[in-house]
Design a protein around this ligand. Sequence first.
Ligand code: AMP
Length: 248
Amino acid sequence: MKILVPVKRVIDYNVKPRVKADGTGVDLANVKMSMNPFDEIAVEEAIRLKEKGVATEVIAVSVGPAKAQETLRTALAMGADRAILVQTDDEVEPLAVAKILKAIADEEQPGLVILGKQAIDDDSNQTGQMLAALLGRPQGTFASEVTVEGDSVIVKREVDGGLETVKLALPAIVTTDLRLNEPRYASLPNIMKAKSKPLATKAPADYGVDTAPRVKTLKVSEPPVRVAGVKVADVDALVAKIKELGIS
Ligand code: AMP
């Protein structure tokens, strides 16, 4: 069974994003970029399934600029077998990514596609669900445990107030939540080895997908600056303060 793992190059989670002066988006000039953290978890899960003998090949895919090659090399250094870069400098929305992934899944016929539950730059939480719909395949989203049993996959899902366990017929789509696993660090020898693993470069047009945006961002703004707190002497003063500020 092949596993397809889509990985997105995003602003590093440790970087505090700065909004561009004209409010059109986040300033990405000279900012550290990394693999979306949920996608690292997806790569780790796919590699573990290969190590268990469940999967035979792990294919990482990224849709993005030439620099997204670095993200794919990270996936290869972690243990993915080969990679596909669908190169574009456009900002690609989840629907277009899902259409490209559908075309790749039609070609590669993976038993599982494991995506992150969301990309931390756009916070869309849409691509996996759209891909499942386009492929007409079952989906197990927000996975905190994934077990392949014969021709099914059992997914423990993180839902409000607890865990839900679902059984999906393969081929299926899974999206990862934070608690699924702790991704490994790539060792230096594996980083070196990854340089010679196959990486194919394609374009969205190769899959017949038009990446023109359907959504227009009207404005991006910084969150309001937090005002300093005050110390109160006792509970009565606290209640008075709450009333004064109209907090309910
Ligand atoms: P989103 O729907 O944008 O929050 O993204 C959810 C997941 O879809 C991500 O965690 C990735 O696994 C995948 N994904 C989204 N955009 C891309 C992209 N440009 N290239 C590869 N994978 C992507």
